[in-house]
Design a protein around this ligand. Structure first.
Ligand code: GDP
Ligand code: MG
Length: 597
């Protein structure tokens, strides 16, 4: 136990976490040259393309330092707010953290929130000034920022470059010398903390854990304390580049277990594994059941693909327990699903995976958060509204509550005014304003989650020229004056385009929605009226004018094969369209409400 070091890496996106992790693996010869692909830890295609680590993984390195062999377990953490609960469990499994700060960009919001988590969990923090090779690196100023933030000494900060490999030996030395060995009682009943799980279609779910107390043996019967389910530990082992099966994983060490679990839902991150024969009295603290934050309808473009979509979502859920879905039907779109996601990035990932891995073409409807409605008849019983069309009739409605968040934004002093304006427009209330340094300001707002889902992040980046970073945490439900904005196409209300909006913004949003839809919906042979309405009251109106002539007839009148080609091409382009009455509506129209500015 005394030679084990468990650590994670905290970094804002693109500050160089993956690159540096690869360097550590190469330096400790945990991977051979041949195995050394770029960004080894990000092994999902999607992750690599996006340059972020979506799912956390763990990897073990052996390193000989001053004649002693050390076991270093690097627990990787996802770098996006959507996955912050997983980050918190990974951090709870560690004794130390490398805090990577880009020497040109300095400290960003995502760094701060994860850093606070690490400090709460008493982790030893090793500050690293990365990308020191960059000509734009600003080591003196960024070091000052780090010292201000951590209260550390200048000598504690390690200069490094993931690009050149500079400083990697110093980082390993610091991990061994500064990060404490895990504590824990080898004689106590087994308590292993699950910090991640991965679905393997052949072997079932692999759970990754850290043994906090006791030990886990191959073949023994174990219980997952939150789900109450019992399994046999068919295989346990450590995580090198491959999995290395072992007889026992001891106190303080990190490993995996395979126990015939078939679906991801049965393995909950944060759960405690104990022994059935000699069970622990209590589970490890900090468990939470993650709840979806964002909901949207997913419908097949071709109604005949409904069965196929059902099957694909079931398959996806096997390896992504945070995806939820329920059947729903829409007057406009037919049969589909109301899906729940951790956030907008998670929604995009699911949509992309459906298309790439399952070859589905789907329409995703206007995303919304989960509201609670209360009727005058039953003002104490909340009705969960995950779809605007489920909102009870306004006549019997007592109130609607919506989820609020605490938003943390870090920006340069010159953009504070712009950020304030944006957040106030988004119904935010300022809670705090702190100068981290003379030029860097941390702003805290209470805001409705819905306003952040809708078109916030891009605008924040624009108004701050990219010099703002953003993170949030849920803080509970609050009553708001919300109304349902309906969109009518050809005088028919299209349920899949409805959204709940604040009363004061309804007129403005309705107007912009209609303008946007006019641009997005292709012209047809007839006029298409687009209306925005609240209840029976029309608040905005636009008309998509009819095409005057048959374009194909005009351009290619004589050449029948070219004409056919053009029609063929049009047909392909129409793939992501849904027929609503006589009108073809493209996917982009359903997302129009997300960027109305
Ligand atoms: P992550 O999002 O924190 O995992 O960051 P990555 O490791 O994916 O790196 C983000 C980008 O920065 C990539 O384009 C890397 O090639 C680049 N990068 C990473 N480390 C360094 C470094 O030390 N110096 C320079 N110049 N570029 C780096
Ligand atoms: Mg990465």
């Amino acid at each position: 136990m005394k030679n084990i070091r468990n650590f994670c890496i905290i970094a804002h996106i693109d500050h160089g976490k993956s690159t540096l992790a690869d360097r550590l693996l190469a330096f400790t010869q945990s991977v051979t040259e041949r195995e050394m692909k770029a960004q080894l830890l990000d092994n999902m295609d999607l992750e690599r393309e996006r340059g972020i680590t979506i799912k956390s993984h763990a990897i073990q390195m052996d390193y000989v330092y001053e004649g002693e062999t050390y076991t270093l377990n690097l627990i990787d953490t996802p770098g996006h707010v959507d996955f912050s609960y997983e980050v918190s469990r990974s951090i709870a499994a560690c004794e130390g953290a490398l805090l990577i700060v880009d020497a040109a960009q300095s400290i960003q919001a995502q760094t701060i929130s994860n850093l606070y988590l690490a400090i709460e969990n008493d982790l030893e923090i090793i500050p690293i000034l990365n990308k020191i090779d960059l000509p734009s690196a600003n080591p003196d100023e960024v070091s000052d920022d780090i010292i201000d933030l951590l209260g550390c000494d200048l000598e504690d900060i390690i200069h490094a470059s993931g690009k050149t490999g500079f400083g990697v030996d110093k980082i390993l030395e610091a991990i061994i010398k500064r990060v404490p060995a895990p504590e824990g009682d080898p004689e106590a009943p087994l308590q292993a903390l699950i910090f991640d799980s991965v679905y393997n279609p052949f072997r079932g779910v692999e759970a990754y854990f850290k043994v906090v107390n006791g030990k886990i043996n191959k073949g023994e019967e174990v219980m997952f304390m939150q789900t109450g389910k019992k399994y046999f530990a068919d295989e346990v082992g450590t995580l090198k580049l491959q999995q290395i099966p072992k007889k026992t994983i001891n106190t303080g060490d990190v490993g995996y277990i395979i126990s015939g679990i078939k679906t991801a839902v049965d393995v909950k991150v944060g759960d405690t594994i104990t022994s059935v024969k000699n069970p622990a009295e209590k589970a490890i603290e900090g468990f939470e059941d993650v709840k979806p934050m964002v909901f949207a309808g997913i419908y097949p473009v071709d109604t005949e693909d409904y069965e196929e979509l059902t099957y694909s979502l079931e398959k996806l859920q096997l390896n992504d327990a945070s995806l939820t879905f329920e059947k729903e039907s829409s007057a406009a779109l037919g049969f589909g699903f109301r899906c729940g996601f951790l956030g907008m990035l998670h929604l995009e990932i699911i949509q992309e995976r459906l298309e790439r891995e399952f070859n589905m073409t789907v329409i995703t409807t206007v995303p919304n958060v989960s509201y609670q409605a209360f009727t005058t008849k039953n003002p104490d019983v909340p009705i969960v509204v995950n779809n605007p069309s489920d909102l009870p009739d306004p006549n019997g409605l007592d109130r609607v509550e919506e989820p609020y968040i605490k938003a943390t934004i870090i920006t340069a002093a010159e953009y504070v005014g712009n950020v304030m304006t944006l957040c106030i427009e988004k119904r935010g209330e300022i809670v705090n304003q702190t100068y981290l340094t003379t030029d860097r300001v941390e702003l805290t707002f209470n805001m409705p989650l819905a306003e952040v889902v809708f078109d916030f992040y891009d605008r924040l980046k624009t108004i701050s020229r990219g010099y703002a970073s953003f993170d949030y945490q849920p803080i509970g439900m609050r009553a708001s004056e919300l109304v349902r904005l309906d969109i009518l196409i050809m005088e028919e209300s299209v349920d899949a385009l409805s959204a709940l909006v604040h009363k004061d913004n309804a007129y403005n949003i309705g107007k912009k929605m209609c303008e946007k839809l006019r641009k997005l919906i292709p012209r047809q042979m007839f006029d298409i009226p687009i209306q925005g309405a609240i209840g029976a009251k029309v608040i905005a109106r636009e008309t998509i004018k009819a095409l005057r002539k048959d374009v194909t007839a005009k351009c290619y009148g004589g050449d029948i094969s070219r004409k056919r080609k053009l029609l063929e091409k049009q047909k392909k382009g129409k793939k992501k369209m849904r027929q609503i009455g006589r009108v073809e509506v493209p996917q982009s129209a359903f997302m129009a409400v997300l960027n109305l500015s």
